[in-house]
Design a protein. Structure first.
Length: 147
């Protein structure tokens, strides 16, 4: 993975530990599509849980694995704007309970009993998207706030 840093940068691994939203951009016959997703970063890959019966991005990735992912940490009160933009290829993988649990704990907490029922008991009706970035642009675009 080639990391492209601007004149102001930040630690990518620390940034990707935060429970931020990622935006997965894929291609379809009708044009580009974007899906906000939760993610998990491990071994220089981004993992995303998908449900083929309700999510359309797994089939788009199977048709065309080239995609992009953007992650932004923004706080208007402090002027913080950290951005990581990834380009690469994704694959649809079999569901891995371990990776899925680590992903969900970041967003929902460690006590699975307290999770929303939609996230309890995920299994073989789900899949994982494994995104392997070829390049990532890492930029600190923070500013002095005016509010």
């Amino acid at each position: 993975m080639k990391v492209i840093e601007g004149t102001r940068s930040f630690n990518l691994d620390e940034f990707l530990k935060k429970p931020l939203f990622a935006h997965l951009s894929t291609l379809s016959k009708e044009g580009p599509r974007e899906s906000p997703v939760w993610f998990y970063w491990e071994d220089e890959c981004i993992y995303i849980i998908g449900t083929p019966s309700s999510d359309s991005f797994p089939s788009r990735i199977e048709e065309n694995p080239e995609c992009a992912i953007g992650v932004v940490d923004f706080d208007p009160a402090t002027g913080k704007v950290l951005h990581a933009g990834f380009r690469g290829r994704a694959t649809v993988e079999a569901f891995d309970k371990g990776i899925a649990t680590r992903l969900l704990k970041r967003y929902l907490g460690s006590d699975e009993k307290n999770w929303d029922s939609r996230f309890q008991g995920l299994g073989n009706s789900n899949i994982l998207i494994r995104f392997a970035p070829e390049t990532v642009v890492v930029r600190d675009q923070s500013f002095v706030p005016s509010i």
